[in-house]
Design a protein around this ligand. Structure first.
Ligand code: PLP
Length: 390
């Protein structure tokens, strides 16, 4: 027996060695604090849980869901886009329900790219964009995100022959892992570029509702004409602390949304209808106050992390959104050496930047999804460990 040859295209799992060291420290009885994973420690709002409980009791919901998302769920996504971004969507042709956006990101790639195609992927980035393009047989062209350019890709630097072969371009602002945000100018530039070269612009808006210092994220679909070439992924995972629930939507260009829906109806059967009904309640319950309260908490945590790192002399790009702090490794260390050292010396896990692409080398990512008191302890330990490094 052998696995398919395409599986060889998957890069080695970078966290394997780290997992081994974490396990070793725990076996030794150390209290390991994990700041490596971006997964909210906070609870889903009560009214959403109540809605799920009620919906779960309805036998109608025990049957196969509508594969593309129930009309009511897709309507509520369209309504939310209107209310939140002033973007108008046709629920039936311009939205499709997803079992989390990771699922949609992967399957959109299979629907839109294959051998001979190029997929333009930010580096560093959420690993799914590149790994799915590789599995689908497409070529990945990395677009470096550097501090000098505020972690925005330089579209002018993409060679002409790559532009003509490109079928998809990924952007993700507010950005994981760098925490960077993009303004309307960059979104307009990306739309212009993709229109010119007939490339599907794919926007991952996973961190839409997380913002500090008054920052509020916008949708790429706010750019006039964007719908001609853009799709966007909106997930309930991060805004509503629903990562385990698996519910999101892809919206925008009807050709791409339709192709994704056709592929999905041939391979999955949609998200649990009760979860869709709870998601409708989440989106229509005027969640602004909930987001504000949550953002205040993340902001407190951001300040604890940023203040500690700055006191250690680290130069940190200001973080206005996401629950990540992206910072350079202490002098001379690679990302994986630095994160190994922090586990061994401080019993704190942070992600090595190189896990998100070659241009993440020299950086580390701290996630703020850890109870505030534990986060403060972790940062204290990191301070002490830094004293040894220098
Ligand atoms: C968390 C995350 C996702 C995954 O979201 P799900 O809807 O839970 O699948 C997608 N993209 C980015 C950049 C993320 O950080």
């Amino acid at each position: 027996m052998k696995v398919a040859q395409r599986m060889e295209k998957l890069p080695p799992y970078l966290f394997l060695e780290l997992d081994r060291i974490i396990e070793q420290q725990r076996t030794l009885g150390h209290d390991v604090i994990n700041l490596g994973i971006g997964d909210p420690d906070l609870a889903t709002p009560d009214y959403v849980i109540d809605a799920l409980q009620q919906a779960a009791r309805d036998p109608m919901n025990h049957r196969y869901p509508n594969y593309l998302g129930s009309p009511a769920f897709r309507q509520s996504v369209a309504q939310w886009y209107h209310q939140r971004f002033e973007v108008d969507l046709d629920a039936m042709t311009e939205t499709v329900g997803l079992i989390g956006s990771k699922e949609g990101i992967a399957h959109l790639t299979w629907a839109m790219a294959g051998p001979g195609d190029v997929v333009l992927v930010p580096d560093p980035s959420y690993p799914v964009y590149a790994t799915q393009a590789l599995l689908a047989g497409a070529q990945v062209f990395p677009m470096p995100l550097t501090a000098e350019r505020d972690f925005l890709p330089n579209l002018d630097a993409i060679p002409e022959e790559i532009r003509s072969k490109a079928t998809m371009l990924w952007i993700n602002y507010p950005n994981n892992p760098t925490g960077a945000v993009a303004g309307p100018e960059f979104f307009s530039e990306a739309v212009r570029f993709c229109r010119k070269y007939d490339i599907l612009l794919c926007s991952d808006l996973a961190y839409a509702e997380i913002g500090y210092d008054g920052f509020k994220a916008s949708s790429v679909l706010e750019v006039p004409g964007a719908k001609d070439i853009a799709v966007e992924f909106y997930s309930l995972s991060k805004p509503f602390n629903m990562t385990g629930w698996r519910i999101a939507a892809a919206v925008g260009n009807p050709l791409a949304v339709g192709a994704l829906g056709t592929l999905k109806s041939n391979l999955d059967s949609g998200a649990f209808t009760a979860v869709q009904q709870a998601a409708i309640v989440a989106l229509s319950h005027n969640p602004t106050a909930f987001f504000e309260q949550q953002n205040r908490l993340y902001q407190t945590r951001r300040d604890i992390v940023v203040n500690t790192l700055e006191a250690l002399g680290a130069k940190i790009p200001r973080i206005h959104s996401t629950f990540y702090v992206w910072f350079p490794t202490p002098k001379g260390l690679t990302s994986s050496d630095a994160s190994r050292l922090l586990i061994e010396e401080a019993n704190v896990v942070v992600s090595p930047g190189s896990a998100y692409g070659a241009h993440g080398e020299g950086w580390l990512r701290i996630s703020l999804t850890c109870p505030t008191d534990r986060l403060a302890i972790a940062m204290q330990r990191i301070s002490e460990a830094y004293a040894h490094v220098r």
